[in-house]
Design a protein around this ligand. Sequence first.
Ligand code: BGC
Length: 575
Amino acid sequence: MAVPLRPWWQDALVYQVYLRSFADANGDGVGDLTGITSRLDHLASLGVDALWLNPCYPSPQRDHGYDVADYFDIHDEYGTLATFDALVAAAAARGIRVLMDLVPSHCSSEHRWFQEAITSPPGSAARARFYFRDGKGEDGSLPPNNWQAAFGGSAWTRLNDDPADGQWYLGTFTPHQPDFDHTDDDVRQLFVDVFEFWFDRGVEGFRVDAVAPTGKHPDLPDQPPVDPDVDVLDITWLNPHTVFRPEGHDVWRDFRSTLDAYEQRHPERELMMVAEAYAVRRPELVRRFTRPDEFHQMFTFDLMLSPWEKTSIERALLDPLELLGDTGVVPAWTLNNHDIQRVVTRLGRADAHLPESWTNNNLASSRADVDHALGARRARAMAALVFALPGSLYLYQGEELGLPEVLGMPDDRRTDPIFALTNGIFEGRDGCRVPLPWTLDPATSFGFSTLPPDAERATLEEPWLPQPSNWGDHSVASEEARPESMLHLYRDLADLRKKYATSQPLATRSIDLGPDVVGVVRGDLVVVVNATGRPAIIDVDHPALVGRRVVLSTCPESDAGTDVVAPDSTVWYVA
Ligand code: BGC
């Protein structure tokens, strides 16, 4: 068998499936694994190499699966191990690999180990798997330190007021998500077992969650004071005692050696793990996490968080590429995920073009007015840029339909813990998680929900998050019928990427084609982004462009010649 030049994941197109909201095959208003299996042709039509499933383990769903109660089973609303196996097989039949989401930094407070810990005495082995500490003050009624939780409030929760056992435990995100102590042998062994269990079921890798806060300073000292203007949701990310700790790297090295050992025993497999770590405007961290004995790839979020402005975009894409240089490691790019306002809305904000609109906060964002048509134009242009770059590319479900963020959801329908834990100051992330529209039919929640022939129930339940009444306009069925739709653009981009981008060398550099545009050259491919609202004249006599022809413009109505790039659009030139 010929040895592939690059591992499959290096330039893979990966589709993120937010399971709860993808497709509901049993009519209960919640997406499920059988729903995904029934819609795999949609993924195949986008030419994806893999799908990444958000956590589907049993969970009380306090943080929609990022609170895992059992790492070795499937959440009952989503299916069973058998329906999981059926999905992996059906995906493999279409050449699509399955990646899972691994949550190592914490589990659910309903996890068997945590339940055991709270009924075991201080100092017990059961408590050593987590961070249990005595409180401060005479009766221990003050938290052990001043750490704040990422989703609001103190990071510490006290078990009870009994001075004899009123210990506190650490939950970096919420009290329902107690942090594991990875220096504990049981915890280390747990994740070895988790890797092996899912690799045995055909999973080809993991997106590893919350990498930044995994690993703590052993003494858990107080966080140094932060500027009082810092947003409450940002305080945790500035805590040097729990974010980007050297201790975290011991965990990643363990994970990698487990993965490598499995691969050695199964040489036909090509496994991977990609790190989710918000290293906002700290591109140098990509090198630290992708050392040969750590992650294969790390998400590069700066392009996702970048303002719609030439210099910011250039830095966001070139910095990681330059820093990785000839290490052979390439970034994992993305423009959307289940934690961030959707790109059409973000880039449609009245302040999206301001360089200072950079946010250090991945959860909140601007509240400026939104022009959706403008946002969609910019989103098309951003997509055409990112499809050309070396590295893997992760699409988030609904991005290919140009779904906007659902703003103004009724408060009583919001489910994200961020909303409750910040007393409604932050809306949270429900708006990017609304169930997908597949058809124009409101009676089936726009095709999201179906009933199996042997259904016990006679009617469909409401979807778990409300869909806007015009959701059908963004449906797959509606966009299929419109050649200028986002769906057609994404399919075209997927084809063009295979045809003209992934075959190119990894080395990518910028070129100066004019004051208003971002110009990027990768081998024979030249991509030009006009991130302004004006037509941009470009230097067609530049040696990088001579002899090249346009194969794509994201501005469908543009009839401009090769020397004009339409406002808020991207053009691909090839030799
Ligand atoms: C996930 C979030 C989750 C958090 C806690 C993140 O980085 O993407 O959805 O709430 O980790 O697990």
